[in-house]
Ligand binder design. Structure first.
Ligand code: NI
Length: 139
């Protein structure tokens, strides 16, 4: 049976800053540069959720993409879109608001609900800018 990977993209806008409260202001600016801007900055994020499986013989599909989109919106986008990642997002509480940590946290929000639909989450990719993205495969 062929194993196929299918990806749904969703988008969200959010503010954040990279700031370690255990460090001095100087060290934060030294390590994070503009990303430590005290009054925040924002990104137009893209989120790519990849599910793997064997196409169903009746539908030819691994998962209903409308359902996958609805799950991503309910469990991730509604909690992060137009929010401040450092302050407002429950699943990022107490964590550095980095792209890497976002990918891991979003995996945590989606892995179980996708499994409940009989599907397997393969990867979470969070694209912060044109040039930077993080990918998490659950390891
Ligand atoms: Ni940033």
């Amino acid at each position: 049976m062929p194993k196929v990977y299918i990806t749904r993209r969703e988008r969200f806008n959010a503010a954040h800053k990279l700031w370690n409260p255990n460090w001095s202001e100087e060290k934060n600016f030294e390590v994070f540069g503009k990303c430590a801007n005290v009054n925040w900055h924002g990104h137009n994020y893209e989120l790519f959720v990849t599910v793997k499986g064997t196409p169903d013989p009746d539908t030819g599909c691994i998962i209903d993409l409308k359902l996958l989109s609805a799950l991503i919106n309910e469990h991730v986008i509604e909690h992060i879109d137009h929010r401040n990642i450092n302050l407002d997002v429950p699943f990022m509480k107490g964590q550095m608001a980095s792209t890497e940590n976002l990918a891991v946290a979003i995996w945590g929000e989606l892995e179980g609900v996708i499994r409940e639909e009989g599907c397997t989450l393969h990867s979470i990719r969070v694209k912060e800018t044109e040039n930077n993205f993080a990918e998490y495969l659950g390891e």
